[in-house]
Design a protein around this ligand. Structure first.
Ligand code: SF4
Length: 445
């Protein structure tokens, strides 16, 4: 089968250092997808012009550059700040193929794919550099390790997946970088135990872009925080070093969101569960975290009706819930998983009692959640847009992980774009979701 020659894209980059970074991201993505950057208009199949619209002289220079590219080549995609200034580009140059605003690598690549599709090469294109993802383009899960060193008695993961194996930090960061270059705006850090990252390799120093960096949660999150996207931490156990990431959250560098699966509050039940980092000072830890980062959203999961759980212990759990005022909580009635050690514990709780306790737990939490969300009514918050339809848009705030937490439903949000950050004013709430109206765009940088 004849192999088609690679497609060639010309590139004109104008404007400030931020625009240069945008150009670099687009050029990197073009190269990653096999496009060649053409040195002249004549050699190019299509030209991308990254514009500046800051002052009148820059607007004029950008419009002239678009005119020149159209005259010399004829097929032009415009991106950058001028693209965000109303219809000026299309009014002056109606023949341009597409116009996007700044920081829009994904939108530029979409336009390139439409107007200059790259022929598929089965020998080279097995997998894109950002990997194959099942999530929408604008958020992605970043798995940092596999397996687990703990032996919680209700869990069979270690027996299936083995002990903790941390991925090299350089590989994790490279993957995160590629995801961001491919248009991801939110990275969700996952593993069985995120706070244990690097324990298996004794926190050895790895390298990312030639820079030494320790294989450890704090150092990883510091590096991820520099990528300029939302970074959300899941499955964090309350080890002492978790305190190190709270200031990063308070500074706005990491999402102020911690997913900590507490599972129970009774020290005796936690011991029976063999939970990691099980300490009696949990409430004080939560208070300390919130003192440093008042906007912190805490998500957790619990098990009701664990073998041996007495009514008094369950009520202590409800008291903990009232005290802790967690934001997002799931509760499961204990279910005996085949092969789990907890099944052999004495005094199993009958199924109907387990289910009744779960329902009581959720009723308490629903009230807490509704009251906490009500406090947000009237506030203006930043959201990431997930879907847009004729009725409006559905988005998520810093407090909402995809699939498991609430949503922000934006009436009159039809003009928002999927994957963009927006500022919205919260108008209403219930026990899970918020309703809001747009109050202006916001780019993270
Ligand atoms: S529940 Fe316990 S044993 Fe299972 S994966 Fe989580 S920490 Fe490891």
């Amino acid at each position: 089968m004849p192999i088609s020659p690679p497609r060639k894209v010309g590139f004109v980059s104008l404007g400030c250092p931020k625009a240069t970074v945008d150009s670099e991201l687009i050029l990197t993505q073009l190269r990653a997808e096999g496009y060649i950057v053409a040195p002249t208009y004549k050699d190019a199949d299509l030209v991308v012009v990254n514009t500046c619209g800051f002052i009148d002289a820059a607007v004029e220079e950008s419009l002239d550059a678009i005119g020149e590219a159209l005259a010399e080549n004829g097929r032009v995609i415009v991106t950058g700040c001028l693209g965000a200034k109303g219809d000026i580009v299309r009014e002056t140059h109606p023949k341009v193929l597409a116009v996007t605003g700044p920081h829009a690598t994904a939108a530029v690549m979409d336009a390139v794919h439409v107007h200059l599709p790259q022929p598929h090469d089965p020998h080279l294109d097995l997998i894109p550099p950002q990997g194959i993802r099942l999530t929408p383009r604008h958020y992605a899960y970043l798995k940092i390790s596999e397996g687990c060193n703990h032996r919680c008695t209700f869990c069979i993961i270690p027996s299936m997946r083995g002990d903790l194996v941390s991925r090299p930090i350089g590989d994790v960061m490279k993957e995160a970088e590629n995801l961001v270059k491919a248009g991801v705006r939110e990275l969700l850090v996952i593993s069985q135990d995120t706070s244990a990252y690097g324990v298996d390799v004794k926190y050895r120093t790895g390298f990312w872009n030639g820079r030494p960096i320790k294989t450890r949660m704090t150092e990883l999150t510091q590096a991820l925080a520099g990528l300029g996207v939302w970074v959300r931490l899941h499955y964090v156990y309350p080890y002492p070093h978790v305190d190190e990431v709270i200031p990063l959250m308070a500074e706005g560098r990491l999402l102020p969101y911690l997913d900590v699966p507490f599972q129970h509050a009774s020290p005796r039940i936690l011991k029976l569960m063999k939970r990691p980092a099980n300490s009696e000072g949990t409430l004080q830890r939560i208070r300390d975290w919130r003192a440093i980062c008042p906007d912190l959203t805490i998500r957790s999961t619990f098990i009701a009706g664990f073998p041996g759980e007495t009514e008094a212990e369950f009520e202590a759990l409800l008291e903990f819930l009232e005290e802790a005022q967690l934001d997002r909580v799931g509760c499961f009635a204990y279910s005996p998983v085949e092969g789990a050690k907890a099944n052999a514990l004495p005094d199993p709780v009958p199924k109907e009692v387990r289910e009744e306790r779960q329902a009581r737990f959720m009723a308490v939490q629903e009230k807490i959640s509704a009251a906490r969300l009500k406090k947000k009514v009237g506030q203006t918050i930043t959201v990431l847009v997930d879907t847009v339809g004729p009725e409006g848009a559905i988005a998520r705030s810093a407090a909402d992980a995809p699939e498991i937490d609430g949503r922000v439903i934006i009436a009159k949000g039809g003009k928002l774009k999927v994957g963009e950050f927006a500022r919205v004013k919260v108008t209403r709430s219930d026990a899970h979701d918020l309703w809001a109206t747009p109050s202006g765009p916001r780019a993270v940088s």
